[in-house]
Design a protein around this ligand. Structure first.
Ligand code: MRU
Length: 345
């Protein structure tokens, strides 16, 4: 929530999504009025980032009930069908399942009357949105204290306002540090293959006037070795009960580099991103995306026809590489398994 753009906006009868596939060249907003379009927007990354897809799915369920009501059909069936559709869009970020489960919990207690159900479900989706922004602000307050008064900070992917309902997780920590008067210079990994760093994080930071330098992923080691980085701060798609962290592919590389060079590696993640029932990161499903993301750059082929491609969208950083996890409830440190257990007790 930089104040200059809205990632997700609810209009009462439509969901507005800033189309992240075409940023930063084009600022265009998609207006969605049915759950099939919402599922498609999540799958094709019109909207992306763990908390943002959870919030989006919640509004997708509201749209399903609205459509059923207009057609005079039972709302519960439409809700269940939409939930099944939305659950199948992306597998790694747990916020998606968390938000759908929360909406299901609300739905279970509602009457068959569509108007009453709709009002409650809309209220719940708006609460999920508002609570995400509040969690990000709280993470900012807690996490900004971890950063020195003058710091070079490396980030990977986009964990900003574009990846959440507003303000951001990792970028929220950076925004709060800047607001507290700290001199932060952000080094932004471009984040191949989808270029969330180059296209989204750099755009977002520049909109806020936060000093930043874009580097390719392969430059991270050199800039850390050169002493330019005082801390790395990233977001997460799912944190297992033992503190292992799934985040955008390449995050693990950054964590290992940080450990080698004694640079703290921080993860900012709300409780909705923590999946305490998973014993370790080995149980986190890792999405594999289309090979064209690797063989092509902005629609232009850069690899030979027929080449074999592996395109996992996320990797898992073992808990031992994580210096701390910043949550809205405070900063978790080693042993992370114990800290997470205590948090969810
Ligand atoms: O594939 P994406 O762009 O949805 O992946 C996003 C990330 O990996 C983010 O770092 C993560 O969701 C945290 S967002 C606050």
């Amino acid at each position: 929530m930089s104040g200059t753009f809205r990632t997700i906006a609810w209009e009462g009868d439509a969901l507005l999504l800033l189309d992240q596939r075409v940023l930063p060249v084009v600022e265009s907003t998609a207006r969605l009025t049915d759950p099939v379009a919402v599922a498609d927007a999540i799958r094709t990354m019109v909207v992306r980032g763990a908390p943002a897809i959870g919030v989006t799915a919640a509004f997708g369920l509201v749209l399903a009930v609205q459509a059923a009501r207009k057609k005079g059909r039972p709302w519960r069936r439409a809700f269940d069908d939409a939930a099944t559709l939305l659950v199948g869009t992306r597998p790694t970020a747990v916020n998606l399942f968390w938000a759908i489960e929360r909406m299901r919990g609300t739905a279970a207690a509602l009457p068959d009357d569509a108007a009453a159900a709709l009002a409650s479900l809309e209220r719940e989706a708006i609460a999920i949105f508002d609570e995400d922004v509040a969690a990000n602000r709280a993470m900012g307050t807690h996490g900004s204290k971890l950063l020195p008064a003058r710091a070079g900070v490396l980030t990977h992917c986009n964990a900003g306002a574009l990846a959440t309902a507003g303000y951001g997780t990792a970028l929220g920590v950076i925004r709060a540090a800047v607001a507290a008067g700290k001199e932060i210079h952000v080094y932004v990994d471009e984040t191949r293959p989808f270029l969330q760093g180059a296209r989204l994080t750099a755009w977002e930071l520049m909109k806020d006037g936060i000093p930043c330098t874009l580097v390719t992923d392969s430059m991270a080691g050199a800039i850390i070795a050169a002493g330019k980085i005082d801390a790395a701060v990233v977001g997460a798609d799912r944190v297992a009960g033992n503190g292992d962290v799934a985040n955008k592919i390449g995050t693990y590389t950054v964590a290992v580099l940080c450990r080698t060079h004694k640079v703290p590696f921080y993860v900012a993640a709300p409780l909705s991103t923590i999946d305490p029932k998973l014993r370790s990161g080995k149980e986190i499903p890792i999405e594999e995306r289309d090979s064209s993301e690797v063989t092509h750059l902005m629609g232009k082929r850069v690899a030979p026809y027929g080449v074999s491609v592996y395109n996992p969208a996320f990797d898992v950083t073992p808990a031992r590489y994580v210096s701390a996890i910043v949550t809205e409830k405070g900063v978790l440190t080693a042993p992370l398994a114990g800290a997470i257990r205590k948090l969810f007790r």
